[in-house]
Design a protein around this ligand. Structure first.
Ligand code: ADP
Length: 645
């Protein structure tokens, strides 16, 4: 390698600088994971070269040359990890490890700053693993040359992990990357051969490429010593390198599964479930899938990178977030290794491939069956699953019509009869329904508290009818797709007319309601006039026992909560007008029926109050306050204040 020009210097983007600052100055446990990160990058780069070589034979290299090497230089206090992989062009170096902050950077900075020592194990999940070298090194150089480019297209990146890095052109006879860490004095443990070997077998045993280290002088036999001349020292392969999933289940220990899981998920905790299946027959493949015990930071990130990895005959093909697993199971980690697919599959190919569709459908069934098993046999695990992934899992009702039935059996809800945790299955709800109850009732609101305190629940509470309290945004879509369960319709308590039989109505109460409707008809008509443009109708409520009024949506309208959600994400909501229901048993309504003084203020206040109790935000809160005060003053002094406009 020869330098061909002087180095140019660049500054890191602000977010990268913050991240480097953390790497250099924070306290970390498990700093040794930097080596796992470098080896994992080297292994990815080699996989990518092999993949590229499938369509461009000029890139092919023989398998043996593709090993990863790890070398220690005690005199210069350096550790070097090298690969013969795809390498990077100058622009790629700038993009990947320099100027541009990657999507995980921000998450990392917010998750890992602070005083306490942090577990460096977590670094990998943020997709910023390379920078972990600065936990142990005070200077790092990276030499790389992209496969297929001329020898002199190489580039050397160097940085001390502060604000800047330098780039200079180099000549390199082969493609690939080598990263050299100039270790800090305090990190001399990483100059010990046995320590480094131990780290590799702990974290990188399953990497399918051989990872080689020079055999230490004292370990060589005399004949090897005489044979070894100059650079051609003897090498050892340090990792086992077998694809764990291709071995029979009964030969794999829990620890081995756990190690593989950690390397895929960067989660140091054991997974909730491990599913290892070999499928033979018309289609042959192995799947090894894990349900984590904790949601990854990017569960809600559209650009999330991790998913299920696709292998073909133990060769890594691609990390796929879509085709192998539906979005509602995006937290599943693992490997699918097919014996039938061609090696040169592309993403387009995956999109329209029947084999892939079948593998995916079978994997989904296995996962759902496992979740069901947890629900039946291990409620604690199931509840962990639900707490971590329930919100994402519910999307399955909308996304996966084929499995809607099994998914609906696994849903859990908060209800008026349980605490705020989502623990009640629909099946349990149905079993608890009184004989006369025909529908499964729910209410949707922005928060659990808003749902639980909604005036719409009053009559249901009075008659001891359980109501599902739905407060996740996805719930609105869920109930739009899940219209019945066990032959019982799902019905919103805030929409349409109520089924009065269920609520204990009989002929005498019917007569009473009719009389009340007549008695309050005049008030309802006046209120409707005043609220023209805001409400469709004003009617006498049978839902309320304590509150003076509430808003109800027509059977087929979207409902206030869904309209608010749509508006929050910038979508047009049709803005159907609600119906105002008034409670004839409430003293305020009785007063207004007898005395129409200041009725227009009262009407608007009743309307705004009803909207507030649904969790809506008022469009003119100051107006509401002013009107309230006018009415309070009038009530306090007994003299009507000037009616406001
Ligand atoms: P991640 O590997 O999770 O994407 P890293 O910070 O470890 O995050 O690496 C950033 C990017 O730099 C990689 O995605 C890859 O494009 C590039 N890179 C890192 N190491 C190598 C390597 N040895 N060979 C080729 N590209 C590499």
């Amino acid at each position: 390698m020869t330098k061909s020009a002087t180095a140019e210097s660049f500054t890191f983007e602000t977010e990268v600088q913050q991240l480097l600052h953390l790497m250099v100055h924070s306290l970390y446990t498990h700093k040794e994971v930097f080596l796992r990160e470098l080896i994992s990058n080297a292994s990815d780069a080699t996989d990518r070269l092999r993949f590229a070589a499938l369509t461009d034979s000029s890139l092919a290299a023989n398998g043996d040359e593709l090993a990863i090497t790890v070398e220690i230089d005690k005199d210069n206090k350096t550790l070097t990890v090298s690969d013969r992989g795809i390498g990077m062009s100058r622009d790629e170096v700038i993009d990947n490890i320099g100027t541009i902050a990657r999507s995980g950077t921000k998450h990392f900075v917010s998750a890992l700053s602070g005083e306490q020592a942090k577990d460096a194990n977590l670094i990998g999940q943020f997709g910023v693993g390379f920078y972990s070298v600065f936990m142990v090194a005070d200077r790092v150089t990276l030499d790389t040359r992209k496969a297929g480019e001329p020898d002199d297209a190489g580039v050397r990146w160097a940085s001390a992990g502060t604000g800047e890095y330098s780039l200079e052109p180099i000549t390199q006879a082969h493609s690939g990357t080598s990263v050299t860490l100039h270790l800090r004095d305090s990190e001399s443990e990483f100059l010990e051969n046995f320590r480094v070997r131990h780290i590799i077998s702990k974290y990188s045993d399953h990497v399918s490429l051989p990872i080689r280290m020079p055999r230490e002088a004292e370990e060589r036999t005399d004949s090897e010593k005489t044979e070894a001349t100059g650079d051609e020292a003897a090498w050892d392969v340090v990792n086992k390198g077998s694809a764990l999933w291709s071995r029979p289940k009964n030969e794999i220990s829990d620890e081995e599964y756990q190690d593989l899981y950690s390397s895929l998920s960067y989660d140091p905790e054991p997974p909730l479930a491990t599913l290892h299946n070999r499928v033979e027959g018309k289609q042959e493949y192995v799947s090894l899938l894990f349900i984590p015990s904790k949601a990854p930071f990017d569960l809600w990130d559209r650009d999330r990178q991790h998913g299920v990895k696709l292998y073909v005959r133990r060769i890594f093909i691609m990390d796929d977030t879509k085709h192998l697993m539906p979005a509602y199971l995006r937290f599943v980690r693992g490997i699918i290794d097919s014996a039938d697919l061609p090696l040169n599959v592309s993403r387009e190919f995956l999109q329209h491939n029947k084999d892939i569709d079948r593998i995916r459908a079978a994997s989904v069934k296995k996962i759902l069956a496992e979740i069901k098993r947890m629900a039946q046999q291990d409620s604690e695990k199931f509840q962990t699953f639900w707490t971590e992934f329930g919100k994402a899992f519910k999307e399955g009702i909308v996304e996966d019509a084929d499995n809607r039935q099994s998914i609906s059996e696994l849903l859990r809800f908060a209800t008026t009869q349980e605490g705020p945790e989502q623990t009640v299955a629909l099946d349990t709800y149905v079993k608890r329904m009184p004989m006369k109850q025909k529908a499964i009732y729910y209410i949707t609101a922005e928060s659990h508290a808003a749902a639980a305190s909604s005036p719409h629940l009053e009559v249901f509470r009075k008659h001891d009818i359980e109501v599902l309290l739905l407060s996740d945004p996805i719930d609105e879509w869920l109930v739009s797709q899940l219209t019945e369960f066990a032959d019982k319709p799902l019905k919103s308590v805030a929409k349409g007319a109520l089924d009065l039989d269920e609520l204990g109505s009989d002929s005498s109460s019917e007569k009473k309601h009719k009389d009340t409707a007549e008695e309050f008809g005049d008030l309802a008509t006046k209120l409707k006039e005043i609220l023209d443009g805001k409400v469709k109708d004003v009617r006498i409520s049978r839902r309320l026992t304590d509150s003076p009024a509430c808003l109800v949506a027509d059977e087929h309208d979207l409902g206030g909560n869904l309209e608010r959600i749509l508006q929050a994400v910038g979508q047009d909501a049709p803005g159907a007008k609600p119906i105002l229901e008034i409670n004839p048993d409430h003293p305020l309504i009785r007063k207004l029926s007898a005395d129409h003084a200041q009725l227009s203020d009262w009407a608007l206040v009743l309307f705004d109050q009803a909207a507030l109790s649904e969790g809506a935000r008022l469009s003119e809160p100051a107006e509401f306050v002013r009107r309230m005060n006018t009415l309070l003053v009038a009530a306090g002094t007994g003299e009507p204040a000037a009616e406001s406009s």
